[in-house]
Design a protein around this ligand. Structure first.
Ligand SMILES: [Zn+2]
Length: 97
């Protein structure tokens, strides 16, 4: 196991994860929503590319730990199919200043 969250702070605009190694990752709702790894969103993205920006529907409504390896986020638009593995979350934070 490389990285595990020690603390997860969720608000409507962004999520901040503090990892057990002391690093901290902040990811905006927009970025999180557009990086949703579920099949439906991957398909949607390959069809439309990033022409459509969903904007304020990307606020984060809820977060849930899944099986000790991922976090499931629920978004304001009702979408909750994506499981975000810790490694992906950490990567999203490090590539987004
Ligand atoms: Zn999705």
């Amino acid at each position: 196991m490389d990285h595990e969250p020690a603390r997860i702070n969720v608000d409507a605009e962004s999520v901040t994860i503090t990892w057990t190694d002391g690093a901290s990752t902040t990811i905006t709702g927009d970025r999180l929503r557009s990086s949703c790894p579920c099949a439906e969103c991957r398909e949607h993205e390959s069809n439309t590319r990033s022409i459509i920006q969903i904007g304020n529907r990307s606020s984060i409504a809820d977060a849930q730990l899944i099986g000790g390896y991922a976090i499931r986020f629920t978004f304001a638009d009702g979408h909750a199919d994506g499981l975000y593995p810790y490694g992906i979350l950490r990567e999203l934070g490090s590539t987004s200043p």
